[in-house]
Ligand binder design. Structure first.
Ligand code: AMP
Length: 396
């Protein structure tokens, strides 16, 4: 997959339209976590060394095509100005008066930030008219918003298509994401272990089937594991089971057998009588869970086995928590898997918001080789799909 990178563009003194993911949590006008803003800085600095005539655009939340002040990007502009030491000119009415004029009047210490793209219904509809208003007056287009590449939205697809192929490129974040995630689908170093968890088999089936081509071990945790155990004829009490997904599980086993991938399921559990943070945690030493109890985390023997396999692997991908990690009593499995990944000498990749949160909670995020920033986008990418936002950046 050959896509255009930032380094392929001649950006000197050019006018550059930049799609970023500045969708940060904001409470009462205050940004509570600026990770996504700081993650955009390397690309911004790279461009700013060549031109200051840039306009940044992003969505924030889901205002559904309406102007809702609580979703304004204005606080993001303030933070960007602090971090970059520049003045950020905040442009609200880019649909009525395209940004070209402001762009031409920018002085060396100023850049533009557009108000929330999703204040306009044209954004999520990939409306060509809206895209034209965004792109008007710019020479080049850069997309560094990995988490939105699976969405055919105007700022991601229609606007990009208005630039000649050699003037569109991926930013540094997107470049890294695509390189790492496509590496996992080509020739990952063996043993390659895929750790899958989370709530639903159906959400992960595409990824699992695609990665079975290269994986050696598939370790299953989370609620997903109970559907697999049930399929194997194990009694799992009141645990969450997707009874209508047994055919999907069967196809995973068929594929795994054909490709000699070992599927490993939990051997013990931590269970509770109710789905509640304060529920009493009951250790279940074997596979079977009796009626009246539901499995909410993997048990200590499973943790040990999964950690050992992660330890001997050369490549590990983890997506989806091993239990209800939001409840402290049932977070241990996820935290220990994060720990095992941090200690492993393997090339380690974590995707999906919940597993990333677990790695943060375990305090080991900085010891993971790659943390994917886009949950939905990374899953679709790992299913082997060409994302609409990547397609427009491909070299022809
Ligand atoms: P997903 O978005 O599919 O990755 O699923 C993440 C969610 O699965 C988290 O909110 C977890 O609390 C939930 N989850 C993980 N393990 C279990 C379990 N054993 N029972 C119920 N929910 C679970």
């Amino acid at each position: 997959m050959e896509f255009r990178k930032l380094q392929d563009l001649d950006l000197t003194n050019k006018k550059v339209l930049v799609r970023l993911d500045l969708n940060v949590p904001i409470k009462k006008g205050k940004i509570t976590d600026d990770t996504r803003i700081t993650a955009a800085l390397p690309t911004l600095r790279y461009i700013l060394e060549r031109t200051n005539k840039i306009a940044l655009m992003s969505h924030l939340g889901r205002p559904d095509g309406e102007v809702m002040p609580e979703y304004s990007l204005e606080p993001v502009g303030v933070r960007l100005a602090e971090l970059l030491g520049l003045e950020v000119v905040f442009v609200r009415d880019y649909t009525e008066e395209p940004a070209e004029q402001v762009l031409n009047q920018l002085n060396k210490n100023q850049i533009i930030l557009f108000e929330n793209l999703r204040f306009h219904p044209g954004e999520t509809k990939n409306d060509p008219e809206f895209a034209r208003k965004l792109a008007n007056g710019f020479d080049c287009y850069v997309n560094d918003a990995f988490g939105t590449l699976h969405r055919a939205h105007a700022s991601v697809v229609a606007a990009a298509e208005l630039f000649p192929g050699e003037r569109r490129a991926a930013g540094l974040l997107v470049d890294r994401e695509i390189s790492v995630l496509s590496g996992l689908q080509k020739k990952p170093q063996a043993p390659f272990t895929v750790v899958m968890g989370g709530s639903k088999v159906s959400d992960k089936i595409g990824v699992v089937l695609n990665l079975l081509n290269h994986a050696n071990y598939l370790l299953i945790g989370g609620a997903m594991a109970y559907t697999f155990l049930k399929y194997q004829g194990v009694d799992v009490g009141d645990s969450r089971v997707e009874h209508d997904k047994m055919d999907l599980v069967a196809s995973i086993y068929r594929n795994a057998e054909a490709r000699k991938v070992e599927i490993i399921l939990p051997e013990d559990h931590v269970a509770a009588a109710k789905f509640d943070a304060d529920a009493e945690a009951v250790e279940i030493p074997g596979r079977t869970i009796h009626k009246g109890l539901m499995g909410l985390d993997i048990g200590p023997r499973t943790i040990k086995r999964y950690s050992d396999i992660i330890g001997l692997s050369k490549t590990v991908l983890w997506n989806g928590p091993m239990g209800v990690f939001e409840f402290d009593k049932f977070a241990r499995g996820s935290l220990r898997v994060a720990d095992a990944m941090a200690r492993s000498s393997a090339f380690t990749v974590i995707g999906g918001g919940d597993s990333v949160a677990a790695a943060n909670k375990a305090g080991v995020a900085d010891k993971i080789d790659h943390i994917s920033t886009g949950g939905g986008a990374s899953l679709e990418f790992l299913e082997g799909q060409t994302l609409p936002g990547v397609k427009v950046l491909l070299k022809q």
